[in-house]
Design a protein around this ligand. Structure first.
Ligand code: C5P
Length: 403
């Protein structure tokens, strides 16, 4: 699992020819699970377009201190606080000089002055400019202030010179970022997590039941990823055809009532409860002891259903200390319904998927989620459920430890 998973990286691009590599750099950082937001100086836009960077990062590019619309979204101080790391790549001689002097003359320099986050500088310029005493002195001052200087590399330059001044390649910068964040211990080490997964079966008689199409893949992917992140995982699973992930303690159940009971047992030790199961809302009131017979001449059959317990709502109200995360599969008005569930069931987070979209969610290999807390929202773009599980757990871990 990558140390960049869930890390918020603010990529600051200034105006050097190496800016064209920033699309690739963003892709590589995102491949590792990082969330990347891009800030560009005006001259950077001469080398790569904000539209390209928006497309690869998945977020609008920020470039102005004085744009009221951008400020109404994620304002510059919020953006400064958001970052876990500011990566300035390419950092031109001009940007480095302005950083040294403490300028706040455009958005990127202002963020560098305002941000509490560590800053990594990846110099990129012509070798003469790099070796100039002013640049060398500026870089030394930044290093003394605790900024991280990544590069430059040596080699052929755009101007034809050969020497130091090339921006490190995207892969090298990703490696530097991974080394920078590399955690001493897995992020969920020692945390007890219970996860419900799969469908439930609500018996009508000994051979028939009411159920749904849930495959259990999302819940099992979460169990596997949580175990790999160091958690002690209990997987409470409805009937599915999936192998138990290594190191996970699995409890098999059939009905919602069984899942409810298994979930409430051992709740005192449960730090995080994730309800991924597609629980039947209702069950037949009567379960026939014998197989129900077709009756001659009777064309209608009415089965009375009664409501099942709401497992996650009961877990959340039974133990205030358990951090509860629910799922919301919606076909319309996803945000409104998800936020309503978050409040009603007293959850800390809810992961909403739009099951009306084809190729994601129920019984699919892929999923895309929007995760809501009371005050924040996080987007996880369409990917294999294993990747989505890692990203969701990174968000859960961050929120769990923050609060
Ligand atoms: O109310 P709804 O079924 O849409 O809520 C979905 C969330 O609540 C999921 O996290 C699901 O696992 C959980 N749930 C539950 N017990 C139920 C119904 C839903 O834990 N009886």
């Amino acid at each position: 699992m990558s140390a960049l998973l869930g890390k918020k990286i603010l990529l600051g691009i200034s105006g050097g020819i190496a800016a064209y590599k920033c699309a690739e750099l963003t892709r590589r950082l995102k491949d590792q699970g990082a969330d990347v937001r891009v800030v560009m100086t005006n001259s950077a836009k001469e080398f790569i377009t904000p539209l390209t960077m928006q497309a690869v990062s998945g977020h609008a590019v920020a470039d102005s201190l004085l744009d009221p619309r951008a400020e109404a979204g994620m304002g510059h101080i919020e953006l400064a606080k958001w970052a876990d790391l500011i990566l300035l790549a390419p950092a031109t001689a001009n940007l480095i000089a302005r950083l040294r002097a403490g300028f706040a003359d455009e958005l990127l320099t202002t963020l560098c002055v305002a941000a509490p986050a560590p800053i990594a500088v990846s110099p990129a310029m012509n070798m003469e400019m790099y070796l100039a005493p002013a640049t060398q002195e500026n870089i030394n001052v930044l290093a003394q202030r605790g900024l991280h200087i990544w590069g430059p590399g040596k080699g052929p330059q755009a101007c034809g010179d050969i020497g130091p001044g090339r921006m490190l390649e995207p892969d090298d910068l990703v490696t530097r970022a991974i080394d920078f964040f590399n955690p001493e211990k897995p992020i969920l080490a020692g945390v007890n997590i219970s996860i419900t997964a799969g469908p439930t079966q609500e018996a009508l008689d000994p051979v028939r039941y009411i159920s749904n199409h849930s495959s259990g893949k999302m819940g099992f992917s979460l169990a596997e990823a949580a175990q790999q992140m160091g958690a002690n995982v209990t997987l409470i699973s409805g009937p599915v055809h999936l192998a138990t992930p290594a190191g996970v303690n699995r409890i098999d159940v059939l009905s919602a009532v069984d899942m409810h009971q298994a979930s409430l047992q051992g709740l005192n030790d449960c730090d995080i409860f994730i309800a991924c199961a597609a629980v039947a809302d209702y069950r037949p009131e009567q379960v026939a002891d014998q197989k129900m017979k077709k009756q001659q001449g009777v064309d209608d059959l009415t089965i009375k259903l009664v409501k099942n317990p709401d497992i996650i709502a009961d877990v959340a109200s039974a133990n205030d200390n358990t951090f509860c995360v629910g799922f919301a599969a919606e076909t319309q008005d996803v945000e409104r319904y998800a936020l309503d569930k978050l409040k009603r069931k007293k959850l800390k987070l809810i992961a909403a998927n739009d099951v009306a979209k084809s190729g994601q969610g129920f019984n699919s290999e892929k999923n895309a989620l929007t995760v809501f807390s009371e005050t924040e929202r996080f987007a996880i773009t369409l990917a294999d459920k294993k990747i989505v599980a890692q990203q969701l757990l990174a968000i859960i871990a961050q929120q769990y430890f923050a609060g």
